[in-house]
Ligand binder design. Structure first.
Ligand code: 3PG
Length: 306
């Protein structure tokens, strides 16, 4: 089988080497397409591949149509909103992710962002400390739980909400359950967002929710830019000069926000939450192993388009 790793934002050389060894070691062919300048390069590269490993690369209907032999796509990472699941399913293509493999990297970045904003982006202005403050974790999955644990170690109180996890379970996992997302925002000095981008969550965080946050609060987004209603965010930052927004995914209106709100907003130049040597290795090798196992035994654990 021919396995293509297509990564606009490449993994480390060591991770790519590890992936190659797993694929070739199982008797498959390995090809790589990294840092490709345009989507059409990706479309061309899939012509004769049986399997694909991707990151945030866009597996559109066009990509799927251009890959008649494609049988499996593994998103080396957690979020799979970049894959057209419907188009894949129609063709019987299995789509998987590698849950948990890059969670620690993202959790560490969320904490780093909280400190960066609390210390006024490392300018000499007087900042605040995290100890004693309340962190609200919006969605208590792999990343959210790790953020909660790390925040607790810094002396923060941790609250959480998750539509798929009952309150008792959240308590057992070490956080104070909030009754609703609204309550979480209302009581948290920091809210760390860990929801996926789905039709239900897109633009779900906007003016009404953010304006519930207490004085001096900071919203931290290491999830997806699409979950934010950017106009609502702009409006609330305008009305509330005490609030801050930090994100690993630059909003479309970032230039405007930066111009209007200066040090109260910050976005990384490129999504970097999962960009560590460890996360590259964990997610990349897991993806390669899942493909090898799928071809050897038909194992579809981690399939997301069942
Ligand atoms: C994920 O969903 O796993 C993260 O957003 C990482 O995305 P990336 O692989 O494009 O860095």
């Amino acid at each position: 089988m021919k396995v293509l790793i297509a990564t606009q934002k490449p993994f480390s050389a060591a991770a790519v080497q590890g992936i190659k060894e797993i694929i070739e070691g199982a008797g498959h062919e390995f090809v790589a397409l990294e840092k490709y300048p345009a989507q059409e390069d990706f479309v061309k590269a899939v012509a004769d591949v049986d399997a694909l490993i991707i990151r945030s690369d866009k597996v559109t209907e066009e990509v799927i149509a251009a890959a008649p032999s494609l049988k499996i796509v593994v998103r080396a990472g957690a979020g799979y909103d970049n894959v057209d699941l419907e188009a894949a399913s129609k063709r019987g293509i299995v789509v998987m992710n590698t849950p948990g493999q890059n969670s620690n990297a993202v959790a560490e970045l969320a904490l780093a962002m909280m400190i960066y904003m609390s210390r006024c982006q490392f300018t000499p202005a007087t900042g605040i400390e995290l100890m004693g403050k309340t962190l609200g974790v919006q969605a208590f999955g792999n990343v959210g739980r790790l953020v909660g644990k790390k925040a607790e170690a810094l002396g923060m109180k941790v609250a959480a909400v998750d539509p798929f996890i009952p309150s008792e379970k959240i308590r057992e996992m070490g956080a104070e359950p909030a009754e609703s997302v609204e309550e979480l925002y209302a009581k948290s000095d920091f809210v760390s967002i860990h929801i996926p981008a789905t039709p239900q969550t897109i633009k779900s965080i906007g003016y009404d929710l953010i304006s519930k946050m207490p004085k001096g609060a900071c919203l931290v987004n290491t999830a997806r830019k699409e979950v934010i209603d950017e106009e609502g965010l702009e409006k609330v930052l305008e009305e509330r000069p005490d609030l801050k927004y930090v994100t690993d995914v630059a909003p479309d209106n970032y230039a405007l926000l930066k111009e209007k709100f200066g040090l109260r907003v910050f976005a990384t130049p490129k999504k970097m939450g999962a960009q560590t040597a460890e996360a590259n290795m964990n997610a990349g090798l897991a993806a390669a192993r899942q493909i090898v196992d799928f071809f050897a035994t038909g194992n579809t654990r981690f399939q997301v388009n069942k």
